[in-house]
Design a protein around this ligand. Structure first.
Ligand SMILES: [Zn+2]
Length: 238
């Protein structure tokens, strides 16, 4: 399952680099409507839809998301790729599946429980998911809402956003109203007694030292194992 797809067609090159054939991809999940999560799926949809037309693809493709995201995706794809093609494949080969808080879905042989992250920006509701059998919590690109702390305590994997290093707080006051710093996410993971913390949705490079700096900051506040993956990193043990 592809979870969010970035903001452009870079996703196609990245998947090619790791030999993931999009024609074999069966599931997608989009957390929310922001450009940097949704627009890559327009490119994925282009490959998927033409895959059926060109008989390169037989597997169905299902996208899970909130109604707002599915509506946005439909509108953009119809306007930029074509309404005729959309009408031909959606409902037949491509399925858009709305998810709401508390919904369970069987995906890739596992039970996914979707939850509303209670994102601060009400115009952009955001969903996360929990795979109980793996103890895996994916909280989207917003701080984990405190009402979920108890439910998600003592899990094996906690995947939290970290917008920037704590020392960069003063330059990022506006985005930090809806995001956390590395330090803050590490503090939450410690409080929840997670085994592993995956920090994602961070800064782009920091002159090639991003991973090192994120790990150094997070380990001062979190005693479990920390990952701050770059694109294409494989997380061992997941
Ligand atoms: Zn984002």
């Amino acid at each position: 399952m592809l979870v969010d797809a970035g903001g452009g067609n870079q996703i196609l090159a990245l998947l090619e680099k790791v030999n993931v054939d999009i024609n074999e991809l069966e599931y997608g999940f989009v957390t929310h409507c922001h450009t940097d999560h949704l627009l890559g799926f327009v490119w994925i949809m282009r490959i998927v839809m033409y895959g059926y037309v060109k008989n390169e693809r037989t597997k169905p493709f299902t996208i899970f998301a909130s109604r707002a995201v599915l509506n946005a995706l439909e509108e953009i794809v119809k306007l930029t790729i074509g309404e005729k093609l959309w009408n031909k494949v959606v409902g037949d080969k491509v399925f858009l599946k709305e998810v709401v808080d508390g919904q369970h879905e069987r995906i890739c042989g596992m039970d996914f429980e979707f939850f509303d992250t209670m994102a601060i920006e009400k115009d952009f509701p955001q969903m996360g998911f929990f795979i109980k059998e793996k103890g895996f919590v994916f909280a989207g690109d917003v701080p984990l809402s405190e009402h979920l702390y108890q439910k998600f305590s003592k899990q094996k994997w906690l995947c939290l956003e970290a917008f920037c290093l704590e020392k960069k707080r003063s330059n990022n006051e506006v985005p930090l109203k809806k995001h956390k710093t590395v330090m803050e996410s590490a503090v939450v993971a410690e409080k929840l007694k997670a085994e592993n913390l995956i920090l994602w949705h961070g800064e782009d490079d920091l002159d090639g030292t991003r991973k090192e700096q994120y790990l150094n900051e997070a380990k001062r506040y979190f005693s479990g194992k920390i990952f701050a993956p770059d694109d294409l990193d494989i997380i061992e043990g997941l």
